[in-house]
Each structure stands twice: as C-alpha cells, then as structure tokens.
Ligand binder design. Structure first.
Ligand code: NAD
Length: 260
C-alpha cells in the first residue's frame, strides 16, 4: 500500500477520472474525501469505498465558491486528520468557435478550472503547512496544457494556466515539503468526452465516428483512448513520491498523442 496513513481530497470525484483516482487512493490505503458539486454522486462513491473496507467521506463543494471550498476542506481535515494530498480535478468542457464563444461560458470555464484550482490549493496548503507533514498537490491538466485544438479556447487557456500555478506551488511549497505536479491525459471515455463527440460532429459537420478517429485519436501511436486506470496510476505515483526531486512537472498520459 503506497498511501497508507495519508489523507486525500479529490475534487470532481463523483464521476470519471476523479472517481477512479479516489478508488485507487483508497486501495493504496489513503483516507479519501470525495468533493463534488454533485453531493449524491460524491456520497455514492464514498459508500463504494467504505464497502471495500476503506475510509471515505462525501463533501458537497462547488470549487468556484470560496466559502464552500474553505469550509469543505477544513471539515475534511477535521474528519480525516489533515490533508496530505489534493487532486484538483473538477472540470467541464464547453466547445464553440472563438468568435461565437459566449463571454459567460468563457468565464465559467476559467472559474471552474483556474479559480477552483487556486481556491482548493490555498485551502489545502494551509493544512499541509500547519501539519508539517508535507504534501502532494496534483492538477488534472490535459494534452491541452501543451497544445491547442479548435473550438476549445477557454479549456486550452485554463489547462495551460495550471502549469503556471503548479510551478508556483512547487516553489512556495518546497520549504514545507509540498510538491506540485500536473497530469496531462489524452482523451479518456468519461461523460465529459461522451458529451463532446456529438457536439464536435455538429460543429465540424462530420460523423461522430470521424470525430473519434480523425480528431480525438488521430495522433496517438495506437488509435487507443487513454484509460481511467492509466490516469489513476499516474495520480498514485505523484501522490506517493517521497521527495522534492519530482515537483513542478507535468506528465503526459496520452498514448503518444503528444510527445516532448
Ligand atoms: P466528468 O464529467 O466525468 O467528471 C467531472 C466531475 O466534476 C463531475 O462529477 C462534476 O460534477 C464535477 N464538477 C463539475 N463542476 C464542478 C464544480 N464547480 N465544483 C465541483 N465539482 C464539479 O469529467 P472527467 O472526464 O472525469 O474530467 C475530470 C478532469 O479531467 C477535468 O478537469 C478534465 O478537464 C480533465 N481531463 C479529462 C479528459 C478526458 O478525456 N476525459 C482528458 C484530459 C483532462
């Protein structure tokens, strides 16, 4: 068990990638808080973990709401005994051509991906610094932290921004033993991606099959989606790595879609 005696908060963990990371952390011995806008979903994942013999709590949290984040993280720290690991993962996708992008949707995207990352980081760091146990902050970036695709201007902007936040946390957190890293997945079949396939097909005037083959998986080495397990394994690695040797980094988990 690589995360025995650790406590973790995973945002957006009622679904998809966050849920898989929460389950993997619990299997590795961590006590896990499932923080999500969707309280019922968060409680369901927490119940799943408890059924498997782990420790978990569901927390209702809109990551864009300062008070909800501060109170939620404080409650988790009190319930589980501190915060050793934060996975800032909550996210959504909205696609439009740039010239048609509604300003309200632009602001919503940046609020969830960047304000949410900042607020949860700030709240978690306060506990990590106080406990003197160090910690690991992990951001869910994307291949879109490294490159752009049409129709995704705010997503690409926000995912690039997470690299900057990660590097800032790496610098400021180091004296306290806090590391920060970004995971950059390729396309993973989750509700977030399933929703985009028909939307992109419509916006680009092509079939859904072509969206998958000719856009999403075109540049991978094997035409395969990245799996939930692939991303969760990277999250366990960053959470469990024990020194400042790996901090301020980003790891692309994308079947070779992007290489650097
Ligand atoms: P998902 O839709 O399956 O899950 C996202 C979760 O975030 C949901 O449970 C939702 O309720 C929650 N959420 C949304 N807004 C929130 C808010 N304001 N506060 C708290 N929770 C909120 O999506 P996913 O595919 O698992 O995506 C998770 C993360 O991974 C996102 O940051 C996404 O950008 C990133 N990502 C996904 C892929 C992919 O292909 N699926 C690839 C790269 C990066």
């Amino acid at each position: 068990m690589r995360l025995r005696n650790k406590t973790a908060v995973v945002t957006g963990a009622a679904s998809g990638i966050g849920r898989e990371i929460a389950l993997a952390y619990a299997r590795e011995g961590a006590k896990v808080a499932i923080a999500d806008l969707n309280q019922a979903g968060a409680d369901t994942v927490a119940a799943e973990i408890k059924k498997l013999g782990g420790t978990a709590v569901g927390v209702a949290m809109d990551v864009t709401d300062e008070a909800q984040v501060d109170n939620g993280i404080d409650k988790v720290a009190a319930a589980l005994g501190g915060v050793d690991i934060l996975v800032s993962n909550a996210g959504i996708q909205i696609v439009h051509p740039l010239v048609e992008f509604p300003f309200a949707d632009w602001k919503k995207m940046l609020a969830i991906h960047l304000d949410g990352a900042f607020l949860t980081t700030r709240a978690a760091l306060r506990h990590m610094y106080k406990s003197k146990r160090g910690g690991s902050v992990i951001y869910m970036g994307s291949v879109h932290s490294k490159l752009a695709s049409p129709l995704k201007a705010p997503y690409v902007t926000a995912k690039h921004g997470l690299l900057g936040l990660c590097r800032s946390v790496a610098k400021e957190g180091a004296p306290y033993g806090v590391r920060a890293n970004v995971i950059c997945p390729g396309f993973v079949r989750t509700p977030l991606v399933d929703k985009q396939i028909p939307e992109q097909a419509k916006a680009l005037g092509i079939s859904e099959e072509d969206v998958i083959k000719k856009i999403m998986l075109k540049d991978t080495v094997d035409g395969e989606f990245t799996t939930l397990a692939d991303v969760a394994e990277a999250a366990v690695f960053f959470a469990g790595f024990g020194s400042n040797a790996i901090t301020g980094q980003s790891l692309i988990v994308s079947h070779g879609w992007h290489m650097e």
